[in-house]
Design a protein around this ligand. Structure first.
Ligand SMILES: Cc1cc2nc3c(=O)[nH]c(=O)nc-3n(C[C@H](O)[C@H](O)[C@H](O)COP(=O)(O)O)c2cc1C
Length: 377
């Protein structure tokens, strides 16, 4: 199976280590960063969602209309709109992008952040709502006759959309979360299940939980798996580790100075299981497997995609291949210097991984055809 690479579609140059140089929505930078991904071998970029951040849907439409190939992963929180409205936005965006849209449905891992936009449900209730929302969106994308819906969270009558996606039967649904309620909802509904990078053993455990939830929902297939990291690469191992230590120093300094913008409450432990897992893993050790480094996750309090892979491009590529061998289909990566790191990773890491994956796949196909020949003999 060919591997895919997901990068980040930030709307400004700010990161955990860099103070942004302009407005939250910097139109020129948004396009420059996306173009760097398109020009350097990436498949898709994530337009993330935060309560106060620029709306990712028009940003994605802007990028899609200016670039030819790059695919879009649009993060969307169900609490901010009605599913009939959202389904039309997505279908229109799939039209604008000529079929390059995937929607990442976000349940929300933090009550305080959810309340900022009027959402007062508990996390488990939110997951049930997300599930209903996804089911409605899928139905609207694929139904040409008016229908009624009587659900727990939504009720409407006689709705039919007049705009349908280019992708048939519909765009993919992407989903993230590491709690039992997340596995149950995403295992049932997602085409792509997203995880934050953890040690191989812990990732295998999550992949199995997702697959078990898909089986429990009566599916005969399973979601494709995506895993996200923060690569820190340099020409030698020594230089990469120096860069890693500088990076974590900059994160700590900026956090202590109160310069880091984040969606979570400023104090207290994270409420979402995914971040709790990252903190627990970081507490148990700083280095795992070939190149995983948890100091970046520890320094940010397990803020989302925060575990690093440190080393030369060859080392980081081999570490990513370990995840491919585990059953991961999509590798997500974001540096700390968003633009420069997207170019470096695209130039130096992506080609190695793609070549190795192609070699592994060819070997497997050859083994398969040898077995078939042996059976036929
Ligand atoms: C790859 C990935 C990307 C995510 N992007 C966003 C995002 O842009 N905005 C957001 O609020 N939450 C985002 N999340 C958070 C999840 O969608 C989810 O709300 C949270 O992790 C739930 O926590 P749980 O682990 O307790 O189930 C993302 C999660 C993953 C795995």
């Amino acid at each position: 199976m060919p591997v895919e690479f997901l990068g980040i579609a930030a709307t400004n140059d700010g990161s955990e280590t860099v103070t942004r140089s302009g407005a939250a929505f910097d139109k020129e930078y948004t396009l420059r960063l996306a173009r760097a991904h398109e020009d350097h071998g990436w498949d898709r970029v994530l337009f993330a969602y935060g309560s106060g951040s620029p709306d990712p849907a028009p940003a994605a439409a802007y990028v899609a209309s200016r670039l030819e190939r790059l695919q879009i992963l649009l993060a969307h929180r169900p609490n901010v709109s009605y599913p009939t409205f959202a389904a039309k936005t997505f279908a229109t965006l799939d039209r604008i992008s000529d079929g390059r849209l995937t929607v990442h449905f976000i349940t929300g891992g933090d009550d305080h952040e959810q309340r900022r936009e009027g959402d007062t449900l508990t996390k488990d209730e939110r997951y049930a709502r997300t599930r209903e929302y996804i089911q409605i969106v899928k139905r609207i994308w694929t139904t040409h006759e008016p229908f009624d819906h009587e659900g727990e969270h939504y009720r409407f009558h006689d709705f039919v959309s007049d705009v349908f996606p280019v992708q048939q039967p519909r765009p993919d649904v992407s989903f993230g979360g590491s709690s039992p309620a997340a596995y149950a909802a995403g295992g049932a509904e997602a085409d792509v299940y997203c995880l934050w990078g953890e040690p191989l053993e812990r990732t295998a455990e999550q992949i199995e939980a997702v697959r078990a939830a898909a089986r429990a929902a009566g599916r005969t297939d399973a979601p494709r798996i995506q895993v996200a990291f923060r690569p820190i690469i340099a020409p030698t191992e020594e230089l990469a580790w120096e860069k890693a230590r500088r990076t974590v120093g900059a994160i700590r300094e900026r956090r202590e100075a109160g310069l880091v913008r984040h969606h979570r409450r400023r104090t207290g432990a994270p409420e979402n299981t995914g971040s709790q897992r990252l903190i627990e893993i970081a507490g148990a050790g700083e280095r795992y497997d070939r190149a995983l480094w948890t100091a970046t996750a520890a320094a940010t309090g397990g803020a989302g995609n925060s575990n690093a892979l440190v080393g030369t491009p060859e080392t980081v590529a081999q570490a990513l291949l370990d995840y491919y061998d585990l059953g991961v289909d999509i590798l997500s990566a974001r540096g700390y210097d968003l633009l420069g790191d997207a170019i470096d990773f695209g130039r130096h890491v992506i080609p190695i991984v793609r070549e190795e994956v192609a070699r592994r796949d060819a070997e497997q196909a050859a083994r398969g055809s040898r077995t078939l020949t042996a059976v036929g003999e």
